[in-house]
Design a protein around this ligand. Sequence first.
Ligand SMILES: Nc1ncnc2c1ncn2[C@@H]1O[C@H](COP(=O)(O)OP(=O)(O)OP(=O)(O)O)[C@@H](O)[C@H]1O
Ligand SMILES: [Mg+2]
Length: 247
Amino acid sequence: MEPIIETHGLTRRFGNLTAVDRLDLTVAAGEIFGLVGPDGAGKTTTLRLLCGLLNPSEGSARVAGHDVAREPQAVKDHIGYMAQRFGLYGDLTVQENMDFYADLFGIVGAQRTELSGQLLRMTRMEPFCGRQAARLSGGMKQKLALMCTLLHRPRILFLDEPTNGVDPVSRRDFWAILYQLLKEGITILMTTAYLDEAERCNRVGLMHRGKLIRCATPESLRESTGAANLEGAFVQTIREAEAAEAR
Ligand SMILES: Nc1ncnc2c1ncn2[C@@H]1O[C@H](COP(=O)(O)OP(=O)(O)OP(=O)(O)O)[C@@H](O)[C@H]1O
Ligand SMILES: [Mg+2]
């Protein structure tokens, strides 16, 4: 499989703190990859580096065939980034929020009408088109944020805890949309705090204190640790990493 995301020794320091520490990561085109890890592990910083929103202190990243530091605009044309706190305008309606992002991306006329129509149908948000974003449920807000992220037809999606605080039924809806996008050939790199979601990814990377300490399919992670579930496998892997650090 052709890699669509590739990092070599990617490192980002904030003062004395190394938020991302010599990360070597490869994601294949068409894959859904889940980045998991405790609070402060460096997941968001990794996504921001890959999106060209932060410069690396060391190392490099290639996304969609372009070096992120050297050709940030070429990268941005191909990616969609849904931040942990995505900027929706509460006093604007669903449609107005989409129009705002379409304006930002320069999507106009018939193309805009067609695309926003498609997205509203795919997410089943058509009935809520005229509702103010502030009055949407948590799950619907996330769907709206996802639609705004998809308006310029990115090939790669970076989703930072997209289902955080969303109820289980809406999370399932959200995942149905993600599978639809995968079918269309989009590559997804997401972070999640939910291990049942990590279980649905093709591969997962476990981050701890800025380092990628394991990277494998959910199945092989479970099998190699002998844990009953992914949660057990992660707890065990983190304990082993901490013990190795203490030695
Ligand atoms: N702009 C910044 N300036 C200083 N420190 C930062 C900055 N951004 C992140 N950090 C620090 O880098 C570390 C990694 O943060 P990051 O947000 O990447 O973690 P995370 O894995 O996304 O955590 P969470 O699960 O809480 O979202 C943390 O210790 C954080 O405080
Ligand atoms: Mg984060």
